[in-house]
Design a protein around this ligand. Structure first.
Ligand SMILES: O=C(O)C(=O)C[C@]1(C(=O)O)C=C[C@@H](O)C=C1
Length: 281
């Protein structure tokens, strides 16, 4: 008589098998971390000999960017790649800042890091959350804000406009609402130009200043932000989905490096400030 194996038993076997695989991958990561640390230990003396600073923002940016590009090809969320690289860079900095005789990852080092984190969080909490900027923004003439937004978006999207990336939304009115700042614009792609439209939006992308900046700077991907409902789409569903797909595929690498670095710094600063505010109990 053939006895069939029950579904829970099969599921338990599958779970066990997957966990063995996960353990192997985790082991491989630690081996890779050890290899990275060996290379970093060669970087420290070379930087000291040339009087180069410990932190190199341009290099860190390139490290993040390489990781994000690879992550995009493997369908790994950009935010996960960013967190991983942040951890690796923090580890490299701790490793280089340590006294040569100190034990790696010793309790002293983590207590120090904790104190540094607390100090950094206190400073970050001095940055008011974007919703508190509303008062100051209301003093700026609306025409100035409109021109600024139009120019900033035109610059960010310049190469996409030239390369016809935005053809699917030609002549469609798409709105952007920065909820916490109480600002919104309706925009229209007109040939190779992006211009403000006076008509009502056919589809609207809504989000906080921080989340919209995280999207623009590619620190977080559209899929994650929409899935977590940190960004919302309203209005024409088909147009909304087209906009969402375009946001995911925009050729970010064609932006000038300076603009990318500025966007990353601003987005990281706002995200860190938001996290620091959120940790207050
Ligand atoms: O390349 C270096 O100079 C390093 O110290 C390594 C590293 C990294 O972890 O990738 C760490 C800190 C620097 O700011 C830049 C990069």
């Amino acid at each position: 008589m053939v006895r069939s194996i029950s579904v829970p038993v099969l599921a338990r076997l599958a779970l066990g098998g997957a966990r063995v695989g996960i353990d192997r991958v985790d082991d491989a990561m630690i081996v890779l971390l050890a290899a990275r640390r060996r290379l970093v230990s060669a970087v420290g003396p070379a930087k000291r000999a040339t009087d180069a600073p410990l932190r190199d923002a341009g290099r860190e940016e390139r490290v993040h960017e390489r990781a994000r590009n690879l992550a995009a090809r493997l369908r790994v969320p950009a935010s996960s790649a960013d967190h991983l690289i942040d951890t690796l860079i923090t580890d490299a900095c701790m490793q280089q800042a340590m006294h040569p005789g100190a034990k790696a990852d010793g309790a002293g080092a983590s207590a120090n890091t904790h104190r540094q984190d607390q100090r950094r969080d206190r400073l970050l909490r001095l940055i008011p959350p974007p919703r508190r900027w509303r008062g100051a923004l209301s003093l700026v003439p609306r025409a100035v804000l409109d021109t600024f937004a139009e120019r900033a978006l035109s610059t960010t999207l310049a190469s996409s406009l030239q390369d016809d990336w935005l053809a699917p939304v030609q002549r469609r009115r798409v709105g952007i609402e920065v909820v916490d700042l109480g600002l919104s614009w309706v925009l229209e792609v007109d040939g190779e130009r992006l211009r403000r439209s006076r008509g009502p939006a056919e589809a609207m992308v809504r989000g906080s200043a921080t989340d919209l900046l995280l999207l623009t700077s590619r620190l977080e991907d559209a899929d994650t932000l929409f899935f977590q409902r940190r960004l919302m789409l309203t209005g024409d569903v088909e147009l909304g989905l087209t906009v969402r797909n375009l946001l995911d595929r925009l050729p970010w690498e064609t932006l000038p490096l300076g603009v990318r670095i500025a966007l990353h710094r601003a987005a990281r600063g706002l995200r860190a400030a938001r996290d620091a505010h959120a940790t207050v109990v």
